[in-house]
Design a protein around this ligand. Structure first.
Ligand code: PLP
Ligand code: ZN
Length: 464
């Protein structure tokens, strides 16, 4: 089985180009990488992986960002903005409260377009140039389209994106639009968009840059290299566990591939490989279903719903690569509710780390598995946050506090910030005193409205 953690080194097949080839993860058929376009196996239609004659060691890495890791990539350089080299934040208060040995947040929202998809696109668009294709396309819950639009623009190529109508966060459509992608809104969910764009790719109309494209995952693999290097630098050891949100499961597959390649070169011992732990939203959890039932395949969910739109996916196409990653590293998968996601988003924001809802799923999942005892107090954990807060301004505004209207006058502002101090009791008292002070009907009506509003706020903050 080619996806074992410790697969024996492979010899270079005749179809390889400069030590790089494509290989089917099921039947093992091998293909030249840059002659014809292959997204899946021409023989059995399973997923393909990029394979290399030489596995990378840490000594091979130099420079910064995604292309620091070019010893593990198909080219020396790509179409770059540049991407990668994202922060690995410390969160001491959260660490202590959740109760683990160490906790770091790898914030992929700090990439050029605000999500980890940039790491895949810098490689994917370079491959598109090598292949000499015309139009680039993807289906997207939003972030892939933003990245494709930006990298397509940078590479001077035409881009087309298919989005599920009404289900993409505002920041992401704004990016795709301004970077010049042609945006098609499909009256269906993400999975239907992907079905359509795959058919267009099959007809040769577009070059597909979803994570079904094996080259995308090569770029995303560098998240794994960065985490290992940074963690080792800070603690002298690798993390025990990496917790990440799962949509199409491309990242889960990519991190596992990074670890396998380091194990193959002898740079990493099998016992040092972090445990991969996937988190999905309860309303879109086909991978969790599969893992909790010990299955090797996922069953497609036709109806999916969650506030975390980036992971609102019912048919994770990379599951055949990601499930072995979870199983062979001793990992697991867990589903969290939308409210748990929003709480985690607030907690990260409270530590200065602004993320979109899907990203916060990782922290929500850690909290849940720690509470159930599945994650131990002695573990060193890295949570991956995949996208930036500004991607989904509506979700941020809903999770955050509301602005308070004040008069255009310094004394009034001073009075407001001092007496109406921000406690609920303070504000209620203020409203009540206003009602008591005045016999005028309009003031009473106004006070009543104010109380109703405060009651609504109280209800909203109760489901914290
Ligand atoms: C794409 C995306 C995901 C899902 O990643 P997969 O690799 O498809 O599992 C999660 N969060 C955000 C913000 C994303 O953009
Ligand atoms: Zn095959």
């Amino acid at each position: 089985m080619s996806l074992e953690l410790s697969a024996p080194p492979q010899s270079e097949p005749a179809c390889a180009d400069d030590g790089v080839w494509l290989e089917c993860i099921d039947c093992g058929e091998q293909f030249a990488p840059f002659e014809e376009i292959h997204y899946t196996c021409a023989d059995c239609d399973s997923l393909l992986e990029v394979r290399y004659a030489d596995a990378p060691t840490f000594e091979d890495f130099e420079g910064s960002g995604v292309w620091r890791y070019n010893a593990a990539l198909p080219f020396e350089e790509g179409v770059t903005l540049p991407e990668g080299d994202t922060p690995l934040h410390e969160v001491p208060r959260l660490r202590e409260e959740i109760g683990v040995d160490s906790l770091r947040i790898k914030h992929e929202g700090m990439n050029p377009t605000g999500a980890f998809k940039d790491r895949g696109m810098t490689v994917g668009v370079a491959v598109a140039k090598e292949l000499g294709v015309g139009r680039l396309a993807c289906a997207s819950t939003g972030n892939t389209s933003a990245a494709l639009a930006a990298y397509g623009a940078r590479g001077d190529m035409e881009t087309l994106v298919l989005l599920p109508k009404g289900k993409v966060a505002a920041g992401k459509i704004a990016q795709a639009s301004l970077h010049g992608a042609r945006i098609l809104e499909v009256d269906g969910n993400f999975d239907s968009c992907l079905d359509i764009v795959q058919e267009l790719a099959g007809l040769g109309e577009v070059y597909l840059l979803n994570s079904l494209n094996p080259f995308r995952l090569e770029g995303q693999k560098t998240i794994g290299f960065e985490i290992l290097e940074e963690h080792y630098q800070d603690y002298g050891e690798y993390p025990d566990r990496i917790v990440l949100p799962v949509g199409n499961a491309g990242n889960t597959a990519a991190l596992y591939k990074a670890f396998r390649e380091l194990v193959a070169s002898g740079a990493l011992d099998e016992s040092e490989v972090p445990t991969l732990t996937g988190v999905q939203a309860e309303g879109a959890a086909p991978m969790v279903d599969a893992v909790q039932n010990g299955r090797d395949e996922v069953e497609r969910w036709d109806d999916v719903e969650t506030r975390a739109t980036a992971i609102r996916i019912g048919n994770p196409v990379n599951a055949p690569k990601a499930l072995p990653g979870i199983y062979n590293t001793g990992g697991t998968a867990v589903a969290v509710s939308d409210d748990e996601i929003t709480d985690a988003q607030r907690q990260l924001a409270g530590a200065g780390i602004g993320v979109e809802p899907a990203s916060a799923a990782s922290l929500a999942g850690l909290r849940k598995l720690r509470a159930s005892g599945e994650i131990g107090a002695d573990e060193s954990v890295v949570c991956l946050t995949t996208g930036h807060l500004l991607k989904d301004p509506d979700a941020a505004f809903e999770a955050g506090g509301d602005p308070e209207p004040v008069p255009n006058d310094t004394d009034a502002v001073l009075e407001h910030i001092n007496d109406g101090n921000d406690t609920m009791a303070g504000r209620l008292a203020q409203q009540l005193s206003k009602v008591a002070d005045s016999s005028a009907l309009p003031a009473i009506v106004g006070g009543g409205l104010g109380l109703a509003y405060l009651g609504y706020r109280a209800l909203r903050s109760d489901d914290n």
